[in-house]
Design a protein around this ligand. Structure first.
Ligand code: KG4
Ligand code: ZN
Length: 339
């Protein structure tokens, strides 16, 4: 007899997207609904935590209903509820977590707390059904930049991290300095296409190490903008965007490839919002082809925040027996690894 399918409802609310997904047997996405608050936060140039919590609260029931409807499932079909419990904004996390607890409790089904970054990494399992550990993952999101050795499903070793700003944070701050909207990553991605990436020589930090540092680069861009203004020189924002982006991508790509060689692993994955970047995707593909490294990058919708990835990571926790208690709390600074 065929085993019964395992259907998880997944919820993500760690930052500014309210998302719910229905995931079948770990890798099949039956629905993935994302309600973005970006238009509201744009006015303030970044995410306002209090507004984020309120908007999650307003959206979450509708988003879950829509995810169930799109998947043609009812609450009674759900075998467990996976939810992000950190890292992220505490108020935002609590909305999703409380909702997940209420649903799991009412259905008498397991609650599965998921680490947000583990979710991003698990996005690699969605479209490429043959992708499995071990592999190296370059994690580049708004708040985190890591090189992670993924040894097994939910078994990670952090090999490098940023010592200051995350890659996404650098994109957002530089974008703001040249007058682009929040979130700056996609805006720089677009504008850089019109610029000359070799126009300005910005610094690449810690090139002989695996750790990252982006705050010096950010300062160099700000200095360039200020000194050009003071000297009355015309600033070409597209050139600034392209040159900044090249400096970030040179560092990300070279360190990721070097770590693959160092670890003797010829599989590289990417995760997190910045991995939606078209220039990074192109450069890392070219480099991997040259170095005979097998590359996997999720489609952009699975790179930025979404609940489908939480459902996938939740599945691998669930089959390992890692279910959570109902006193699970939200952890804004939750660390990756050690399990
Ligand atoms: O993973 P994510 O959606 O949320 C966090 O967990 O932080 O990442 C958001 C970050 C933001 O900094 C945003 O500017 C950046 O990802 N991002 C991009 C692109 N799309 C989103 N950065 C560069 N190019 C993009 N196309
Ligand atoms: Zn994220």
């Amino acid at each position: 007899m065929k085993n019964k399918d395992l259907i998880l409802l997944a919820i993500e609310s760690s930052c500014d997207e309210t998302s719910a997904a229905v995931v079948k047997n770990g890798r099949e996405i039956l629905s993935n609904v994302i309600s973005s608050q970006i238009e509201i936060h744009k006015k303030y140039g970044g995410v306002v935590p209090e507004i984020a919590s309120r908007k999650h609260l307003e959206a979450i029931d509708f988003v879950i209903d829509e995810a169930l409807n799109k998947a043609c499932k009812n609450f009674s079909d759900i075998d467990g509820v996976a939810v992000t419990y950190g890292p992220g904004l505490v108020g935002a996390l609590l909305v999703g977590l409380s909702e997940a607890k209420a649903i799991a409790f009412a259905l008498k089904k397991p609650l599965i707390g998921v680490h947000h970054i583990e979710g991003h990494i698990a996005a690699n399992y969605i479209e490429n059904k043959n992708w499995e550990p071990p592999f190296i993952c370059l994690v580049v999101s708004g708040g985190h930049t890591y090189l992670v050795k993924v040894m097994d499903y939910s078994k990670y070793e952090i090999k490098a991290m940023t010592r200051d700003d995350a890659a996404g944070e650098a994109y957002d701050k530089v974008a703001r300095a040249i007058g682009l909207n929040y979130p700056g990553g996609p805006e720089i991605d677009k504008l850089a296409k019109k610029g000359n990436e070799n126009a300005i020589e910005f610094p690449r930090a810690l090139m002989n190490e695996f750790d990252f540092s982006f705050s010096g680069l950010k300062s160099a861009v700000l200095n360039y903008l200020n000194s050009s203004k003071m000297a009355g020189k015309e600033i070409n924002n597209a050139d600034v965007a392209a040159s900044f982006q090249k400096a970030v991508v040179d560092v990300l790509v070279s360190k990721a490839i070097r770590l693959c060689h160092n670890e003797g692993i010829n599989k590289l994955a990417m995760a997190g919002g910045v991995s939606a970047n078209s220039y990074l995707r192109k450069r890392i593909k070219e480099e991997c082809d040259m170095e005979n490294i097998i590359l996997n990058i999720p489609s952009p919708v699975y790179c930025t925040d979404n609940a489908a990835m939480i459902g996938v990571a939740g599945y691998y926790e669930f089959i390992k027996g890692n279910v959570s208690n109902f006193d699970l709390n939200a952890y804004p600074g939750l660390k990756l690894g050690n399990n």
